[in-house]
Design a protein around this ligand. Structure first.
Ligand code: NAD
Length: 498
């Protein structure tokens, strides 16, 4: 508790926000309460963001970029404290907490450059004396709903782009990680104060649960909602956004696979599997969950993996030696155990998965990461189990492994380990992996901000962060200008009275 108070003070959070209220913020490290909060009036927050829109829309984009540049500076100044707060509230190891803040800084840098590159096309026109072009305009205030496992980075992927695109942001963070959101808001306010001309309401935080998120979903003042979370959440919100013709940027569950081929460099593969299956205690959307290993290398790879899994230190994520911190809460632990029971019933051989440190931390949920050998891709393998469970399956050829790989509802991240050019290029081709992220000789997790991030099928189809993801936050207008003294019609149509 005192650690949280110290960190929040270092980050400039108003302490009166934390002293009372019906919502508890807890640390998964020991289950302790970190503070109590009041829910925010979501409709009022949307109103403030909507009121901020005209002034921000009319601010030139490179000026808007200056605010994001200042935000990046403020984040650099508190990287240590915010990273430590991410560790305290989400339970990821400090290296990953710091990495998450670095990701925020990186996307700010990206967005600053982008603020001078919101380009549209000029297009050849069939009519003489005419010019045709595309222009990109701010869209309006946008809603951002985020998950617990990347409590601040996902906000920044959306907010840094939205702000340079001219859109105010209303952010509904996970109810499991409200403190990092309040800290981010305090950091943003310092950047806005230095900027001097940011309208009030430009970045609103809505503290609350699914019902607060639902207010964002149904409010016609938000033309876009970017929502990150489970596929279950996506099923609940997508039809409601569609009913009011709002844009939906959906970043939902993954069930990420890796194919290991006979020619794979096993030294690389072992390290990649360990980071992508065990990192963040298996609670990344891009966590490796399904491993398809060729029969020729199955036994040696599995032996090495079992040894590596046995050496992973599970424990307090603030300890530099720890590689896997706690699960977020008791329901996450119970879901993991239920998945292991189902895996056994479906023919699986489970190594690990048991609870650890229960005596020292009765209200926290540490587990040994599980390796589960499966005879085939059964129903439990095809579901996203948001825990450190890696299902391992044996294959005889890459084509078969590829068909298994694609035979799940989700389509987020994927990878292949091979030194055979044909296998690598097949995996990257139209006939290869059906995911949004497709890697060769590295794991499926740990994306950089420069690429567009997201996935297909039940992952929702959204793309955020780098590349041209900014276009989702703007509206496109096609402009045609007639600078001639006549009025030729397109397609050669004649339409005269005489
Ligand atoms: P969750 O779906 O329980 O909650 C995510 C957010 O949605 C929270 O803020 C929650 O309050 C809100 N929410 C839930 N139901 C809602 C509703 N009906 N209306 C409006 N808002 C609602 O997810 P979680 O447990 O916080 O996170 C884990 C999940 O998120 C996993 O499935 C993971 O794969 C996914 N995830 C995906 C990505 C990605 O980029 N694809 C990134 C991170 C996490």
């Amino acid at each position: 508790m005192s650690e949280a108070i110290d960190l929040l003070a270092a980050l400039g959070v108003d302490p009166t926000l934390l002293s009372s209220g019906p919502l508890a913020a807890r640390s998964p490290i020991d289950g302790a309460e970190l503070g109590r909060l009041c829910p925010t009036d979501a409709a009022a927050a949307i109103g403030r963001a909507a009121a901020a829109f005209p002034a921000w829309r009319d601010t030139p984009a490179p000026r808007r970029g200056e605010l994001v540049r200042l935000l990046g500076e403020e984040l650099r100044a508190v990287k240590g404290a915010l990273g430590a707060l991410v560790t305290l509230e989400a339970g990821k190891i400090l290296q990953e907490g710091l990495g998450e803040v670095q990701e925020m800084i990186d996307i700010c840098d990206f967005a600053v450059g982008l603020s001078r590159q919101l380009y549209g096309l000029t297009i050849a026109t069939e009519r003489p004396g005419h010019a045709m072009r595309e222009t990109w305009h701010p869209l309006g205030p946008i809603g951002v709903i985020t998950a617990f496992n990347f409590p601040v980075a996902v906000w920044s992927w959306n907010a840094a782009l939205a702000l340079v695109c001219g859109d105010p942001v209303v952010w509904k963070p996970s109810e499991k990680t409200p403190l990092t959101a309040l800290a981010t808001q305090a950091i943003f306010r310092r950047a806005a104060a230095r900027f001097g001309a940011a309208p009030l309401g430009l970045m609103e935080v809505v503290i609350g649960g699914a019902e607060a998120g639902a207010t964002l979903i149904d409010d016609a003042r938000l033309p876009l909602v970017s929502a990150t979370g489970s596929t279950r959440m996506g099923h609940a919100i997508a039809p409601r956004l569609a009913a009011r013709f709002a844009r939906a940027l959906l970043e939902l569950g993954g069930n990420n696979g890796m194919i290991v081929c006979p020619s794979a460099d096993l030294d690389l593969a072992v390290n990649a599997i360990l980071f992508s299956a065990v990192g963040t205690a298996g609670q990344r959307c891009t966590t490796l969950r399904r491993l398809f290993v060729h029969a020729d290398v199955y036994d040696p790879l599995l032996a090495r993996l079992r040894a590596a899994y046995g050496a992973v230190k599970v424990g307090d994520p603030r300890d530099p030696a720890t590689l896997a911190g706690p699960l977020i809460d008791r329901p996450a632990y119970e879901a993991m155990q239920a998945a292991l029971v189902a895996a056994r019933a479906q023919g699986g051989r489970v190594h690990g998965g048991e609870r650890l440190l229960a005596e020292a931390h009765p209200d926290a949920y540490y587990v040994r990461p599980a390796l589960v050998e499966m005879p085939s891709q059964t129903a439990i393998v095809a579901a996203e189990n948001f825990a450190p469970i890696l299902f391992v399956m044996r294959h005889d050829n890459t084509a078969t492994a590829l068909s298994w790989h694609n035979a799940v509802p989700q389509g987020l991240a994927s990878s292949i380990f091979t030194t055979d050019l044909r296998e690598a290029e097949l995996f990257l081709s139209a006939a290869g992996s059906d995911c949004g992220i497709v890697n060769v000789n590295l794991g499926p997790s740990g994306a950089e901000i420069g690429g567009a991030f997201g996935g297909e099928k039940a992952t929702g189809g959204g793309r955020e962060s780098g590349s041209d993801a900014w276009r989702a936050y703007m509206r496109r207008a096609t402009n045609t200008v007639n600078y001639s003294p006549t009025l030729p019609l397109a397609q050669g149509i004649r339409f005269n009275v005489e």
